[in-house]
Design a protein around this ligand. Structure first.
Ligand SMILES: O=C(O)CCC(=O)C(=O)O
Ligand SMILES: [Fe+2]
Length: 187
């Protein structure tokens, strides 16, 4: 597991740097700001569920990080929201999935989109997945790299706090819409 964590953390940083360079950013941002003690691995077990059509393994959400590298087993169940429709991400052997998170969406000013995803339960089989979350330090400021930014600048600490407050208050995360520049929203 230690070996996997090391490998996947390297990979996440590399993928992030490549995506950053495509936006014209100079390399180093993720290396400097995504400190090891903030990044984490989440190993999930989804028990089989006879009433799977009525139960989510994991509720629809976006990830509150720069990006997530996901390994899923052969059972399947991960779905992405694309053009308003849920699309299954069929498992492929020896394939890792890269999920863009909220911070990359803000940092890239919507060039990269934080994809909404969920896990549906399987009727007959349990499922395992391992996700690595590439996160910056609490004080890292997320400021979109182009001009005319959709989002206010915010620190990762502020973002996390807002997510926690919204979950407490409304029972769900609001996420990036909270940080849209000069707009009053009723959530
Ligand atoms: O288990 C999966 O396939 C997805 C996990 C996930 O989206 C998460 O932990 O945020
Ligand atoms: Fe996720």
């Amino acid at each position: 597991m230690k070996h996997y964590a090391k490998m996947v953390s390297h990979l996440a940083e590399k993928v992030a740097e490549i995506l950053g360079e495509k936006l014209g950013q100079k390399p180093g941002f993720f290396k400097e700001n995504c400190v090891p003690n903030m990044c984490y691995l989440r190993m999930s077990r989804y028990p089989f569920c006879p009433i799977s059509s009525q139960v989510f393994g994991l509720m629809p959400h976006t990830d509150s990080d720069f990006l997530t590298i996901l390994h899923q087993d052969h059972i399947g169940g991960l779905q992405l929201l694309r053009n308003g429709k849920w699309v299954s991400v069929n498992p492929k052997q020896e394939t890792l999935i890269v999920i863009i998170g909220d911070l990359f969406q803000a940092w890239s000013n919507d060039v990269y989109k934080s994809v909404e995803h969920r896990v549906v339960a399987n009727k007959h089989f349990e499922r395992f997945s391992t996700a690595y979350f590439l996160c910056p330090s609490i004080e890292t400021v997320i400021e979109s790299c182009g001009g005319n930014s959709t989002y206010k600048r915010f620190s990762f600490g502020e973002f996390r706090q807002q997510v926690q407050d919204d979950v407490k208050r409304f029972g769900h995360k609001v996420g990036l819409p909270r940080f849209i520049r000069s707009m009053n929203h009723n959530f």
